[in-house]
Design a protein. Structure first.
Ligand SMILES: Nc1ncnc2c1ncn2[C@@H]1O[C@H](COP(=O)(O)OP(=O)(O)OP(=O)(O)O)[C@@H](O)[C@H]1O
Length: 258
């Protein structure tokens, strides 16, 4: 039996002024992969992730899961298959952490027609996994940036989707919680036979988490390879348009020790 496959073919995205924001993007990801999208601000990462999540329609081209175009997949099935973490998520008022997560659980059971069994995640271990147990009764508008990000991650984790699309999931997280997220993602892809792809600006996080690296530059996919190949090639300077600023970056990084 073939495993899970996610494919993007000849994808273009033009804005309302007909300016091309994404140009002829092609890639294919398989079950068990964790893929990091790298690239400068404005390269097109969030736009591409939104299209992959089915939140934005491409101007041209196709996104498919197991050879089935997502435009042909009904919304219900698609929202069961894919979970998307946006770069920023507005906080609703009058909800504490527990209520926010339980609401998602109810949505899953009611609207996504998942059975209680299919959705039998242990709530207290979910809170523990994302280190939010002590915040369970706190209003979500009072959480710190990192605590709020962990609640959003917990929300997505309990959906148990096959494909997680995470836009800067490490943003706001401290080092300890970034490492925890790496562990959680690795566990997730194996346990759920899933694919996770994400965008980040933290190269160290990318190196820890990804087994595949893709790079976008000005709306063009300029790189797609296994992570080891990417890191061995020393192409960061080119990828980020650095003018000898790399020396400063690497010197300061090397000086850190634990
Ligand atoms: N709907 C839209 N209409 C017009 N321009 C848009 C639209 N969406 C995004 N853009 C522009 O497209 C470019 C890519 O934006 P995008 O948010 O995808 O970049 P990014 O790589 O995620 O950047 P960052 O690292 O800063 O989050 C930017 O120049 C942005 O201003």
């Amino acid at each position: 039996m073939m495993g899970l496959n996610f494919k993007v073919k000849t994808l273009f995205y033009l804005d309302y002024n007909r300016k091309t924001l994404l140009k002829d993007i092609n890639f294919e990801f398989n079950e068990g992969e964790i893929i990091c999208f790298l690239g400068n601000n404005g390269a097109g990462k969030s736009t591409l992730l939104k299209i992959c999540a089915g939140v934005v329609e491409p101007s041209y081209g196709q996104v498919s899961i197991n050879q089935e175009k997502i435009s042909n997949i009904n919304n219900l099935y698609r929202s069961r298959m894919i979970s998307w973490l946006p770069q920023s998520f507005t906080r609703a008022e009058n909800f504490n952490v527990e209520e926010f997560l339980l609401l998602e659980r109810e949505n899953n059971i009611k609207f996504l027609q998942k059975s209680n069994n299919e959705f039998s995640i242990d709530f207290s271990s979910l809170l523990r996994d994302f280190d939010i147990a002590s915040q369970a009764k706190k209003e979500i508008i009072l959480l710190s940036g990192g605590e709020w990000k962990r609640v959003q991650l917990a929300r997505i984790w309990q959906r148990k989707s096959k494909i997680l699309i995470l836009d800067e999931p490490d943003g706001d997280l401290d080092l300890k919680h970034k490492i925890n997220l790496v562990e959680k993602c690795r566990e997730y892809v194996v346990k759920n036979k899933a694919i996770i792809f994400l965008a980040t600006h933290d190269l160290h996080f990318a190196k820890m988490i990804a087994n595949r690296i893709c790079a976008l530059n000005n709306g063009v996919l300029t790189w797609n390879s296994e992570a080891d190949i990417f890191w061995n090639l020393n192409i960061l300077k080119k990828l980020y348009d650095l003018n000898n600023q790399d020396e400063f970056y690497f010197k300061s990084k090397e000086s850190l020790s634990f």
